[in-house]
Design a protein around this ligand. Structure first.
Ligand SMILES: C[S@@+](CC[C@H](N)C(=O)[O-])C[C@H]1O[C@@H](n2cnc3c(N)ncnc32)[C@H](O)[C@@H]1O
Length: 175
């Protein structure tokens, strides 16, 4: 059997996807976390090791959500993973009124591509009005656009970090 080459399966590595998330001054312990576009829950699982009070993940791909649910069977952290398109009308019923931290990791440009610029912006506004703290990751050169959008929603940048592969982690707080 051939050894796998992860870089051929998706962009980046889990190491790079996690880079900066735990060194950006955000305390996850005891906090309720929303992971938007949570993929297979690997990042959420790493966060769960710091004992947040809860993790809620949303992703459009069913196999990803089923994997996340399986992974979290072994975690004591309260969790919920919903298979949902962020453009769906159901989103408002699925989201909690408040989260301590919203993770927007490599998701906003995917939302723009899959549900359109206007809808992506509306959905972003609906999600971020529920929190005080955002941890975002964007590809190189996409950081300004997201910062501008989120400053329009009342957030300012508290910290930034560039990963080895060049993605930008941005921590924003409501001012
Ligand atoms: C680049 S991956 C990022 C995954 C994860 N946040 C990370 O940092 O490893 C983007 C994820 O967003 C999900 N996604 C894209 N468009 C979506 C949409 N309209 N609704 C829900 N999930 C979506 C994809 O299925 C994928 O898992």
């Amino acid at each position: 059997m051939l050894w796998s080459k992860p870089e051929k399966r998706f962009k980046g590595t889990w190491e790079d996807r996690l880079d900066g998330i735990f060194s950006a001054g955000v305390t996850y312990t005891g906090k309720s976390v929303l992971d938007v576009g949570c993929n297979m829950g690997v990042v959420a699982y790493e966060i769960s090791k710091l004992r947040p009070s809860s993790i809620h993940g949303i992703d459009v791909l069913r196999p990803h959500i089923e994997t996340a649910r399986m992974i979290f069977l072994g975690s004591p952290v309260e969790s919920r993973f919903d298979c949902l398109n962020l453009g769906s009308q159901k989103l408002g019923r699925v989201l909690r009124p408040r989260y301590d931290i919203v993770m927007l990791l490599a998701i906003y440009h995917h939302m723009q591509a899959s549900i359109g610029q206007k809808k992506a912006r509306e959905v972003l506004a609906d999600i971020v009005r529920r929190t005080q703290t955002i941890v975002a990751r964007v590809p190189p050169r996409k950081d300004r656009e997201l910062i501008e959008l989120l400053s329009g929603e009342g957030f300012s940048v508290k910290g930034t970090h560039v990963s080895p592969l060049g993605s930008h982690v941005i921590v924003l707080e409501r001012y």
